[in-house]
Design a protein around this ligand. Structure first.
Ligand code: UDP
Ligand code: MG
Length: 320
């Protein structure tokens, strides 16, 4: 059999003190199994990325690392940078140390038994393995509805994402190296990874309920995430504006002809209301369009600054 390769797990954690012990315990068991089966090397690690938590998350990570330095590693970010940045920080830190990396949330919503299948698919030659959930029965109606609309809307807006795939995925070292060449600041990993290409496949799993604690993605963050995903990956909204403008011009042409005819036929009681209505309509449309353009300008603003996307203050890792 081939030499087992090194797997690094990247787990972003933001105020996850309630679940961390359980996550660590379950992942440890999984790793022990995989190492025993010679699926992964003993040099494999589980890396918790503390994303500026306000609770005891980092202390827990430190103690896990102390207890088992050859299993648990920790990255401490200087402040809260957001889920996507935390994941990237982890991936970029370990990209030279591993052969493959899996990213997974800390809350045990993703089924860790899928890891076996992911690793297997990797050995079959896949450079990216997407974890795709096949049901949302445990999600609340609201979460299910918003999340599914999110994927459909993203697709309609021209941002190509894998349906029902969040950030539970395996990537090979090769893919991580390519990912490091993506210098954008507005991160939307699930849109970026498919752009890298290479052979990829999906594995399906049941999504569980959050083990403990509450979602760190309230509606406000979710909306911001969706808008970011669309405006970072597609210029379709800009094209829609042009189209809208075209329609509006046609409509106004018809309105003009209509006004002209009524004038000629003497029924020129063209009222104040229609005038005021069109002023409101046009004004509204213009504002809407300006808003979308502004969204893109805002993006350019952030990109040209080329700020670092995360700052690591500590990296606890024991290499053999
Ligand atoms: N997370 C993070 N930084 C943040 C928000 C969330 O690192 O600013 C982590 C969080 O600890 C979890 C993952 O991102 O491991 C997904 O968050 P959550 O489970 O709250 O999102 P949901 O599953 O509800 O979409
Ligand atoms: Mg979650």
């Amino acid at each position: 059999m081939k030499q087992p390769e090194i797997l690094y797990m990247i787990i972003p954690c933001y105020n996850e003190e309630e679940v961390l012990h359980e996550t660590a315990k379950q992942l440890k068991e999984k790793y022990q199994d995989l190492i025993k089966q010679q699926s992964i090397s003993e040099k494999s690690r589980i890396v918790f990325v503390n994303d500026g938590s306000k609770d005891k998350t980092w202390q827990i990570i430190e103690s896990l690392h102390k207890e088992e330095p050859t299993l648990f590693s920790g990255i401490n970010l200087a402040r809260n940078s957001g889920h996507q940045n935390a994941v990237l920080a982890g991936l970029m830190t370990v990209k030279e140390l591993c052969d493959m990396a899996i990213t997974m949330d800390a809350d045990l919503q993703d089924d860790i038994n899928t890891i076996d299948a992911m690793v297997e698919k990797y050995y079959e030659g896949n450079q990216v393995v997407y974890g795709v959930r096949n049901s949302r029965e445990t999600d609340t109606f609201f979460k299910k509805f918003t999340a599914e609309s999110f994927y459909k809307f993203m697709k309609a807006m021209g941002a190509d994402v894998v349906y029902n795939h969040a950030d539970f995925r395996l990537m090979s070292k090769r893919v991580l190296q390519e990912l490091s060449n993506f210098k954008e600041v507005n991160l939307f990993l699930r849109g970026m990874v498919p752009l890298i290409g290479f052979q990829s496949c999906n594995v399906y799993y049941e999504r569980h309920e959050r083990f403990a604690g509450e979602s760190k993605y309230p509606l406000k963050k979710m909306l911001a995430f969706a808008i970011n995903g669309i405006t970072s990956f597609s210029t379709k909204p800009l094209k829609m504006i042009t189209f809208l403008g075209l329609i509006m011009s046609t409509v106004s042409l018809i309105a003009f002809i209509w006004a002209f005819i009524t004038k000629l036929t003497g029924y020129s009681e063209i009222g104040w209301s229609s005038t005021i209505c069109s002023i409101w309509l046009i004004g509204g449309l213009q504002l809407f369009c300006l808003g979308i353009i502004g969204e893109y300008i805002g993006k350019i603003y952030h990109e040209v600054k080329q700020r670092p996307r995360y700052i690591i203050s500590e990296f606890l890792n024991k290499e053999e």
